[in-house]
Design a protein around this ligand. Structure first.
Ligand SMILES: Nc1ncnc2c1ncn2[C@@H]1O[C@H](COP(=O)(O)OP(=O)(O)OP(=O)(O)O)[C@@H](O)[C@H]1O
Length: 247
């Protein structure tokens, strides 16, 4: 289990996250939902332990072990991965080298071809391309999804997985989210679009850096649609407490 306990995060005195607690069980599909600026990506960065993203207060636990002080590299060795909203470029690295970590991983050519096909890229056209600015953002995102297929991380934070990818590919993204859960991994989908959250089982709704509500995804989406999509005071939370099924 991955747990965030009472996380607060400040930048230059500004509170970005306010006492956020979340827990993610193995093999279950999660969404972190919220409007722009609610703090969703920041939660993802704190899960991944990016430099400059250590909690001001609170702790992060992995199977009961306090990993708050662990680096990105140490967390990735535990099986925690972040798929960036804006995928990285790697000048001079081919798609094949990227997917095999420069040949360090024991991955066959046919496994690479299969992963690329699953994300809608023709292996013949892409295996020898460079993961640099010559690839579009959507293509790089697909290549990151292919790397998830090959590496099978335990916890995968997918930050706005559909951004830069056409709407027709929602099914492809959802099939990869299902694949992660099928091998016992835990996908955590960060999104401001309810369409992207429907394929998950449990959701957290964030507003102004606070968890407004947590529960079954369908119920959280209803609240999101009824309250956030029509909100005239974004990121100024309502004072009344929102609860699902008494939680
Ligand atoms: N390093 C920083 N310095 C100042 N403000 C920051 C910093 N990082 C995040 N913020 C602010 O914190 C808030 C939450 O940002 P975050 O990127 O986590 O939101 P988000 O919910 O992922 O939004 P979006 O849906 O637009 O990606 C925003 O108002 C953002 O401007």
């Amino acid at each position: 289990m991955l747990e965030l306990k009472d996380l607060s995060y400040y930048v230059s005195g500004k509170k970005i996250l306010d006492n956020v607690s979340m827990s993610f069980n193995v093999g279950k599909k999660y969404a972190i939902l919220g409007t722009n600026g609610a703090g969703k990506s920041t939660v993802g960065y704190l899960i991944m332990g990016l430099e400059d993203y250590k909690p001001t207060y609170g702790r992060v636990y992995f199977n009961g072990e306090d990993i708050t002080e662990k680096t990105v590299y140490e967390r990735s060795k535990l099986g925690i991965t972040l798929m960036w909203q804006e995928p990285a470029r790697y000048e001079g690295l081919t798609v094949t080298n990227y997917l095999t970590l420069g040949g360090k991983l024991d991955i066959t050519r046919s496994e690479i071809e299969d992963a690329l096909e699953k994300v809608g890229l023709d292996p013949k056209l892409y295996m020898n391309r460079f993961v640099d600015r010559s690839l579009s953002g959507g293509e790089r995102k697909r290549i990151e999804l292919a790397s998830i297929i090959l590496l099978r991380p335990k916890y995968v934070v997918l930050d706005e997985p559909d951004s830069g990818i056409d709407i027709m590919s929602l099914d492809m993204i959802n099939s990869i989210i299902n694949y992660i859960a099928s091998y016992g991994g835990t996908p955590i989908v960060i999104t401001h679009r309810e369409e992207m959250a429907y394929n998950t089982e449990e959701a957290y709704l964030l507003c102004a850096g606070k968890v407004l509500v947590n529960g079954e995804t369908n119920k959280v989406i209803e609240i999101f649609k009824n309250i956030c999509n029509t909100c005239d005071h974004p990121n100024v939370p309502v004072s009344k407490e929102l609860k699902i099924d008494g939680r």
